[in-house]
Design a protein around this ligand. Structure first.
Ligand SMILES: [Zn+2]
Length: 216
């Protein structure tokens, strides 16, 4: 069976890493076998370049409870992950991490598979693009393609934040209180794929060729 043969070839590459994992993490794995206690909930894009472990050097096993999907949107699955985290893990940080050069957001401008396009539209990506396009027209701005893309990603993140905020208001008012008094941090961040910098999403849609963002 050809699929099985391919698997056999690939597994040899994974095997050495797994053996290393067993050796180095034996003690920690035992400790984590009965429970998990991550302090961070992170929703981010599936993009292989966006690893919250690498970006923030969080190598300790079990330190992050993650939800990932195309674009890092607050989808039904992401909502289920957040509910699990809030009910069972009580994270101190709720992080929404978007990134520049995001294929999910880029898909709004190109012909792509309907599964990707539908996902992006269903959870607000399409609205972000429309809002930015209207903003550029009404302000007579003709930005470079890269800057326009960044504005769409930023607007998309604000929309995801709003969705999370609305969800918490209805279902988790106690978490809202903790965010207000500083016990829980709600972090809307953007990772710049080119520079490696992380910045907070601006509070409102504002752009220019020379726009500067506040670093994390
Ligand atoms: Zn992405």
């Amino acid at each position: 069976m050809i699929i099985y043969q391919v698997f056999q070839l690939k597994i040899t590459t994974l095997e050495s890493g797994w053996k290393k994992h067993l050796k180095h993490f034996r003690t920690v794995r035992r400790k984590l076998s009965g429970y998990q206690d991550p302090k961070i909930f992170c929703l981010s894009c599936s993009d292989s370049r966006v690893s919250v472990h690498e970006i923030f050097d969080l190598n300790a096993p079990g330190s992050i409870f993650e939800a990932k999907n195309i674009g890092g949107l607050f989808s039904d699955e992401a909502r289920a992950a957040l509910v699990y985290a809030l009910n069972h893990l009580h994270p101190e940080y709720i992080m929404l991490l978007h990134h520049t050069h995001c294929g999910g957001y880029m898909s709004l401008e190109t012909e792509v598979e309907s599964e990707i396009r539908n996902h992006m539209h269903e959870y607000g990506g399409g609205k972000a693009k429309t809002k930015v396009t209207d903003y550029l027209i009404s302000n007579k701005l003709n930005l470079q393609k890269e800057k326009t893309h960044q504005l769409i990603v930023e607007e998309g993140l604000r929309m995801q934040m709003q969705s999370v905020d609305d969800f918490l208001t209805v279902h988790y008012p106690q978490t809202q209180e903790k965010i207000k008094n500083g016990e829980v941090s709600l972090l809307p961040l953007i990772y710049d794929i080119v520079s490696g910098k992380v910045f907070r999403v601006p509070e409102k849609l504002e752009g220019s060729e020379n726009m500067v963002r506040e670093e994390f």
